[in-house]
Design a protein around this ligand. Structure first.
Ligand code: ADP
Ligand code: MG
Length: 358
């Protein structure tokens, strides 16, 4: 329990500022299938008993996710993934107290497989079902046991393949999007540039790996000028494309050149993300910051956020790697929070591929 709370001041689950000190001790299943990972976790309270994830390698052949292949692969994987998660957790279906699943946003076919599976399973076991918003779940991953649970309002930056959002978090139930990308997401910028220089999909992790040995001052890419707290990455993409056009001749096999492009790209993206996060935290008077989503696995971003926290005296929250990219545990965690405040969902809650966050 954070030391500023006293036992007497805490109502059943929530302390007065709106931050929970404990979630119900129920066993929650979390099912994630919004894009190209089938991931299922079993969670007791805020503790992950197991997490089993099946990645889909078929998309690398096409340089991006092919929706029809994604939903077929979810269909093939979902039952073995469930069995694997239950077995690793040492649980039977009869031990479960609730089932949380991603209702949206995401690819319609992928969501359809996971949500139909989750709702049928909950119905057949007579359990409450909890529809979860994928982007909220990325933020709620910070409460998964193992890290420092947030204990005060914070400014959180979600960076994934499809989204870049600044979220003001005043409690696990009060998330407000205060900035968003006007075009490409940060992850998309990594993936598209990676494709331009011939790296395999998804490009983000590969750019990260090569950037570690590259010269970040080798190229100067244009940073976008956007007012307020929004982001734009399409100008950066064009700037990289122009630079590469001038430089590319005969360079396809030049590893040093690729490393320099990766280091310069990563440096530029990280600088944009960190400066916006600092500006947003200042504007809302937050003394804690967080990053989450697939791109928060990036080592350059992780250290830049730590440096920002140290420089400003702010508390920093970064999830462990396995809860950065799409994962079942963050869905189960969200289900625990929903069960504290909302009514369960129903059998008719079909996928919402473009579900807005607020
Ligand atoms: P989604 O966008 O489907 O919600 P994720 O939250 O799992 O998926 O994020 C996937 C994105 O994260 C991809 O664009 C991928 O390239 C990017 N990514 C993953 N690891 C890294 C990394 N180490 N550095 C930069 N980007 C990364
Ligand atoms: Mg995601």
């Amino acid at each position: 329990m954070p030391d500023f709370m006293s036992e007497e001041s805490i109502p059943e689950f929530v302390q007065p500022g709106g931050f929970p000190v404990s979630v119900p001790n129920a066993i929650m299943l979390g099912i994630e299938s919004s894009c190209d990972d089938t991931s299922i976790a079993v969670m007791k309270g805020d503790v992950v008993l197991s997490q089993f994830t099946a990645a889909q390698h078929i998309h690398s052949k096409y340089g991006g996710v092919v929706p029809e292949f994604a939903s077929r692969a979810h269909q093939k994987h979902i039952l073995p993934v469930l069995n694997g998660a239950l077995e690793r957790a040492g649980c039977a279906l009869s031990d479960l107290n609730g089932i949380a699943y991603t209702r949206g946003p995401g690819l319609n076919g992928s969501l359809l497989v996971g949500s139909a599976f989750a709702r049928s399973l909950a119905w057949s076991l007579n359990l409450p079902m909890w529809p979860v918003h994928h982007m909220r779940a990325h933020v709620l991953a910070h409460w998964i046991s193992g890290g420092d649970a947030p204990a005060e309002p914070m400014m959180a930056l979600t960076v994934s393949g499809g989204h870049t959002q600044l979220v003001d978090v005043s409690s696990p139930w009060d998330l407000n999007v205060v900035g968003t990308t006007l075009d490409d997401a940060a992850g998309e910028a990594f993936d598209k540039v990676a494709k331009m220089i011939g790296l395999p999909y998804p490009g983000g992790p590969e750019v990260n790996r090569l950037a570690q040995e590259g010269d970040r001052f080798a190229f100067e890419f244009t940073s976008p000028q956007v007012a307020g707290l929004d982001f734009s990455f399409s100008g950066l993409k064009t700037s990289v494309l122009r630079t590469l056009e001038k430089n590319k001749e005969g360079r396809e096999k030049d590893l040093k050149w690729k490393k320099d492009v990766c280091a310069s790209l990563q440096h530029t993206i990280v600088a944009i993300l960190v400066s916006r996060l600092e500006k947003a935290a200042d504007r809302f008077g937050r003394k804690a910051i967080a990053i989450q989503g697939g791109v928060s696995a990036n080592s350059g971003l992780r250290s830049a956020i730590q440096e920002l926290g140290a420089r400003r005296g702010w508390k920093v929250h970064i999830p462990p790697f396995q809860y950065c990219t799409d994962n079942g545990a963050m869905i189960a965690m969200s289900g625990q929070f929903s069960s504290m405040k909302s009514k369960p969902g129903g059998l008719g809650d079909g996928p919402l591929p473009r579900w807005p966050m607020t």
